[in-house]
Design a protein around this ligand. Structure first.
Ligand SMILES: Nc1ncnc2c1ncn2[C@@H]1O[C@H](COP(=O)(O)OP(=O)(O)O)[C@@H](O)[C@H]1O
Ligand SMILES: [Mg+2]
Length: 337
């Protein structure tokens, strides 16, 4: 048998060497903290303090300490191996843009990123909890999230998304409760835009239904993606938080999911437990027709959002204290807390 095999010739000349990408050099990166200090760093400079959570795309988030500064961060590691070169460049350009311009306190701060063994390590501000874990904790104790907390979360997320769109021309692409983070100082911040959004689209092509459950009908049926697809995903997230469970039920397959989202009636919130203003706001986000569904500039003017969009600094301080105390009451006990 062996003797029939042709002579093996190896031609390495066709293997292209990837050019170094300036925004985030391979294996090393720059950390920039809000106080202004910058550090060159690599994976060896980060001390692992344990897992915070693992995500739906095979990524994992750890609490880590940067050795030179002592700064505690959340470090998300996502597989970048399968991401095409073109997408990777867009990702890196976007990340650089996000790091450079951080003028919104409703968005999680990015400190820097690097590539290590085909993974992208994204270093960001650490928060105390994500909204998915938080609302489950509240409902587990037979309570319901008060309307003013939902209102505050809504105004924070709408401000964040409006900021991303207006100043960075970014759409999020992966809005869901686990990407809305809370802390005991009463901040509600959006995370995982840009970079992860590209991963969502490239991974969603190949992966299971779990990745796509917040996706808008037009995104599933036509792969059409505009800012209003984020509005839909936010609407689904709000219904989930208001009723204490994911609003669609009975999905056995991807086919079922497509049928329900693309051809079925949208989920909606019923008046009763929450005010009519909140119900209107949520149901507006879940209009299937994208020519009628609002964008974030429209939502920021909605009476429900206006009511909770606190602008006076002293008033905001009082709100932060109140929301922070509420978050503290239901903080899930975690091994890294
Ligand atoms: N900056 C952060 N601070 C604290 N916890 C975080 C942070 N980023 C992510 N997490 C937690 O880590 C978990 C995993 O995150 P991720 O990999 O983005 O997956 P997903 O958002 O799909 O749950 C999240 O559910 C969230 O609870
Ligand atoms: Mg996430």
């Amino acid at each position: 048998m062996d003797s029939k095999r042709g002579k093996l010739t190896l031609d390495f000349s066709k293997i292209s060497v990837e050019p170094q990408i300036n925004a985030v050099p391979k294996n090393a990166g720059i950390l920039t903290f809000p106080e202004g200090q910058t550090y060159e760093f690599n994976a060896r400079n980060l001390i692992d303090k344990g897992i915070i959570g693992s995500g739906s795309y095979g990524g994992v988030v750890n609490k880590m300490e940067h050795d030179a500064s002592g700064k505690i961060m959340a470090v998300k590691r996502v597989r970048a191996r399968d991401v095409e070169k073109k997408e990777r460049d867009v990702m890196l350009r976007e990340l650089k843009m996000i790091i450079d311009s951080q003028g919104c306190e409703d968005v999680v701060r990015f400190y820097g990123a690097l590539f290590e063994d085909g993974d992208c390590w994204i270093c960001m501000e650490i928060m105390d909890c994500s909204l998915d874990k938080f609302y489950r904790q509240v409902y587990k104790q037979n309570e319901r999230i008060p309307e003013k907390v939902i209102g505050f979360i809504t105004a924070s997320v709408v401000r964040a998304l409006n900021y991303l769109k207006e100043t960075l021309n970014l759409i999020h692409r992966d809005i869901k409760p686990s990407n809305i983070l809370l802390n005991t100082q009463g901040f509600v911040k959006l995370c995982d835009f840009g970079i992860s959004g590209y991963l969502v689209d490239s991974i969603a092509k190949t992966q299971d239904v779990g990745c796509q459950i917040y996706m808008a009908p037009e995104r599933l049926s036509e792969r059409r993606y505009g800012v209003r697809a984020d509005v839909w995903s936010f609407g689904i997230s709000l219904v989930e938080v208001c009723i204490g469970r994911f609003p669609y039920t009975d999905w056995n397959s991807v086919f079922d999911q497509l049928q329900a989202v693309v051809h079925g009636d949208p989920p909606f919130l019923q008046a009763g437990d929450y005010s009519i203003e909140l119900v209107h706001f949520v149901n507006k986000c879940l209009i299937k027709d994208t020519s009628i569904r609002p964008n974030f500039a429209d939502l920021i003017k909605d009476p429900f959002c206006v009511h909770y969009n606190i602008v006076d600094p002293a008033e905001m301080k009082a709100w932060r204290t109140e929301i922070g105390d509420y978050v503290l009451r239901f903080l899930p006990t975690s091994p890294v807390a």
